[in-house]
Design a binder for this molecule. Structure first.
Ligand SMILES: C[S@@+](CC[C@H](N)C(=O)[O-])C[C@H]1O[C@@H](n2cnc3c(N)ncnc32)[C@H](O)[C@@H]1O
Length: 238
């Protein structure tokens, strides 16, 4: 079953930014220096405890699919990695509870959480990821919204600390250019901003998939609207 999200054409992102934000380096360096102190929301603590209990029943490497939306991608990734736990995280109950979805594979868990808090709890519990997908995060394209983008957010440091092979995809080139630059500022190596074509085999992260299969519903919508997609890959070492 391939659920429909919204087959309408999607317009390219408009921003008042022409390139990498002037304040990116300052913002990232500040976050690298300060300890993250925000107390986690109760519902995310409960969800984290539930996920911890479930995964402790069977020791397997962990993959995060952060901002997973409906969890469409989490299901695909879980089927591609039957010997990993795949944990799909999203704050939207409406998206996660969408009706026409495949059943969850046994190795896939979905949690309605704020990633900011979940990542923090996972770092405090010393979790180390094998892979981390961040697929089409909200772009927050206005220049004034830099600190809402993941690479401009204080939680970026926890994202780095979680480690693993990170893959970030976006239909906004500047988002990926900034993300790659933020990784560089933090001393991480990465692929830079590369064009991602969903119809080509994906050898870099061994994610073998049929040529026409999209990893997410937003990816399908953007690609079918003729938009160019971008991505950045990094093996995080903190
Ligand atoms: C553009 S959608 C992409 C969803 C999915 N990855 C896809 O490609 O279809 C961005 C998602 O990020 C989620 N999100 C944004 N900020 C979040 C946060 N702090 N914690 C958890 N989810 C968040 C939103 O609820 C939304 O589902």
């Amino acid at each position: 079953m391939t659920p429909s999200l919204n087959n309408s054409q999607s317009r390219e992102i408009y921003s008042n930014q022409q390139g990498i934000h002037d304040n990116l380096e300052k913002v990232v360096r500040k976050h690298l220096t300060f300890e993250f102190k925000k107390p986690p929301a109760k519902h995310t603590v409960s969800a984290f405890n539930r996920v911890s209990d479930l995964i402790s029943a069977k020791q397997m490497p962990i993959i995060f699919d952060s901002c997973c939306g409906t969890g469409f991608s989490s299901r695909i990734i879980a089927r591609q990695h039957p010997h990993h736990w795949v944990i799909g995280l999203d704050r939207s109950a409406k998206r996660l509870n969408k009706e026409d979805q495949e059943p969850l594979p046994d190795n896939c868990l979905i949690a309605q959480v704020d990633c900011v808090d979940f990542w923090n709890l996972a770092v405090k519990a010393d979790w180390q990821l094998e892979k981390h997908f961040l697929l089409y995060p909200n772009p927050y394209p206005k220049s004034a919204q830099l600190k809402s983008r993941w690479h401009g957010h204080p939680a970026f440091v926890n994202l780095l600390k979680l480690g693993g092979d990170l893959e970030v995809r976006s239909n906004w080139q500047i988002y990926i250019q900034e993300f790659a630059e933020a990784l560089r500022i933090a001393g991480q190596s990465c692929s830079g901003c590369e064009v991602y074509n969903p119809n080509e085999g994906d050898q870099k992260l061994e994610a073998v998939k049929p040529a026409e299969e999209y990893l997410t519903l937003f990816e399908r919508k953007y690609h079918q609207s003729g938009q160019t997609l971008f991505r950045c890959l990094s093996s995080l070492r903190f």
